[in-house]
Write a new protein. Structure first.
Length: 329
């Protein structure tokens, strides 16, 4: 079910009420920003300064839009917020994939993030000016990799960052670790952490060990202990996974502890892998939010890794804002 929100919140005696508010002149609508994922759709009506004037969220990602039509999905959300017909639309994410709306291709790394702006592709046959940003590609034969959507988060997150080298972590179903130096991407690596966690916890013998687990945080003792252990002994990953089963049978390991341990093993293994491609002292920037972002914060704290956090939603909006202001000055 799509979720629509017009920004402007009042609080009265603890209650929250959404209300429509006529924006001041400085917040007049300037463009529409869209982050189109595989299974998610997010749209923001934005001003030139970056103020969010309206918002839509739904599960109409690329897989849904391939059946119902990308133009139709977009228009339904534009109609819902009453978007002026002359406003341009800037899209990042899977709408630019080969199976998406219009293929936007890739910019090869190493590359400056500003190169992404030059690769924007205009969608033909639309009354509005609709453009889709390209992704990034690493064509190293030994470590080929691609990203689509995360480059826009990088653009927003690092727009005002200091010069020098950074290691950027973007958690997700397929987590990205990106090496950035002086505003350019020098390389990146994708880790299938989220997808493997899902498969292991639901489709292996370990599914019984974690089936009745309750929620846990990044400070959970079983989680942090597993992070530290696997970071120190990554070659023992498959052995440590089986201890979830044997620990339950022999020592009464609870489902919650087992699931926290599984999460710690997977995230700790990812961090160990990322550090194998970069210096451990390289500053880490975490672009994340919600419960998953909090788990990575807990893992970094357990390993005594210094890091800074940038909200993922804010990063993608900043990136789309920077791109839109460059494309339509």
């Amino acid at each position: 079910m799509p979720v629509s929100r017009i920004i402007g919140i009042e609080r009265h005696h603890g209650a929250i009420h959404n209300r429509r508010r006529r924006p001041p002149i400085m917040s007049e609508p300037a463009f529409i920003a869209v982050d189109w994922g595989t299974t998610s759709f997010r749209l923001w009506l934005m001003s030139r300064s970056g103020a969010v004037l309206a918002e839509r969220r739904s599960t109409e990602g690329m897989t849904t839009a391939m059946r119902t039509g990308f133009a139709e999905v977009l228009q339904s959300h534009l109609d819902a917020i009453g978007a002026p017909e002359d406003l341009p639309v800037l899209v990042c994410g899977m709408a630019g994939a080969r199976q998406g709306w219009v293929e936007a291709g890739y910019i090869d790394v190493p590359a400056s993030l500003s190169a992404v702006l030059d690769g924007a592709v205009r969608v033909p046959g639309q009354v509005r000016d609709v453009r889709i940003l390209p992704g990034l590609a690493q064509r190293d034969k030994n470590a080929p990799d691609v990203m689509r959507g995360e480059e826009t988060q990088l653009l927003g997150a690092l727009a005002s960052s200091d010069a020098g080298e950074k290691l950027v972590c973007m958690p997700g179903t397929h987590s990205k670790w990106v090496t950035v130096k002086d505003g350019g991407v020098t390389g990146f690596a994708t880790f299938m952490t989220g997808e493997l966690f899902e498969v292991i916890s639901k489709q292996t013998i370990l599914s019984h060990a974690v089936a009745e687990a309750e929620a846990f945080t990044g400070e959970h003792e079983a989680f942090t202990a597993a992070v530290r252990d696997i970071y120190a002994h990554p070659a023992l990953a498959t052995n440590r996974l089986f201890t979830l089963r044997s620990g339950q049978l022999l020592h009464g390991l609870t489902a919650t502890d087992a699931k926290a341990k599984l999460s710690g093993i997977m995230i700790g293994l990812e961090i160990a892998g990322a550090h194998s491609t970069a210096r451990r002292e390289t500053p880490v920037v975490l672009i994340g939010s919600g419960a998953l972002g909090a788990l990575y914060e807990g893992a970094f704290a357990a390993l005594e890794i210094q890091y800074t956090v940038i909200d993922a939603d804010e990063a993608v909006r900043r990136g789309l804002l920077a791109a839109a202001n460059a494309i339509w000055p």
